[in-house]
Design a protein around this ligand. Structure first.
Ligand code: FMN
Length: 224
């Protein structure tokens, strides 16, 4: 079982978010997962230029590390998104990745995969950032098994740390077990059903232009 962790702190794994992610990964590995960490701060993921080539061909027009990250996501059974809170949201590095995933979102191409979310902040709004990342996961077609977020108490330290780290390890094992047991998350169905209808309607409307996505959805409806 392969779990890919994507961390979007400019400090990589050396910062607060990396510390909390370590515990989540520990829980996943204990449960039998093979894990890989991608740190966006040491990769190049440029902002989307809105050229629509991904919708037409399935491949991004920008030559950087995005396509390799995409392939790793597609090859994974589950993934973890980890970001510090930057002005009530994810970092620019994570947002650039989200935008570049627009083609994957139109296809809801990560259906059947599971994700966990990790966030740290200076002082709060942790739930807001986790909820945003969870919505992103759902638009990809994947299920969120949950998230963990916390303000910091100092450098790589947290209030009530023992309890937090124990919950973080629990989240890692929850991700692993959800993949293994192919768990269902019915509370996420309503959003995904609505979003699926919206995406297939959009691709239908743009079918003359977005050939890759048109074929993707046609094949998918035939295999259902
Ligand atoms: C540009 C910037 C924006 C930030 N915005 C917020 C914020 O809106 N709310 C908050 O609670 N903390 C904010 N912080 C603090 C970070 O979220 C916090 O220090 C986090 O733990 C850093 O994680 P890292 O060490 O993994 O990079 C911000 C920090 C920076 C550098």
């Amino acid at each position: 079982m392969k779990i890919l962790a994507i961390i979007a702190s400019p400090r990589g794994m050396k910062g607060n978010t990396g510390r909390l992610l370590e515990e989540v990964l520990h829980g996943a590995r204990e449960c039998g997962a093979e894990t890989e960490i991608l740190s966006l701060s040491s990769l190049n993921v440029h902002p989307c230029v809105g050229c629509d080539l991904c919708h037409k061909t399935g491949i991004c027009s920008i030559t950087d590390d995005y396509e390799a990250i995409k392939e790793k996501l597609l090859a994974s059974n589950g993934f973890i998104l980890a970001s510090p809170n930057y002005i009530f949201s994810v970092t620019a590095q994570m947002k650039a990745l989200f935008d570049r995933c627009n083609g994957l979102i139109h296809c809801m191409a990560l259906e059947g995969k599971y994700a966990a979310l990790v966030e740290t902040s200076g002082g709060g709004e942790d739930e807001e950032v986790l909820a945003y990342m969870a919505r992103f996961v759902n638009t990809l077609g994947a299920c969120s098994v949950g998230g963990i977020g916390s303000p910091v108490a100092g450098v790589r330290t947290f209030p009530a740390e023992e309890n937090l780290f124990s919950r973080a390890r629990g989240l890692g094992s929850e991700l692993c077990r959800s993949i293994r047991e192919r768990r269902l998350f019915p509370e996420q169905d309503e959003f995904q059903t609505g979003f699926r209808a919206r995406m297939s309607g959009l691709i239908d409307f743009m079918q003359e232009h977005w050939l890759f996505e048109r074929e993707y959805w046609q094949k998918r409806s035939q295999s259902r």
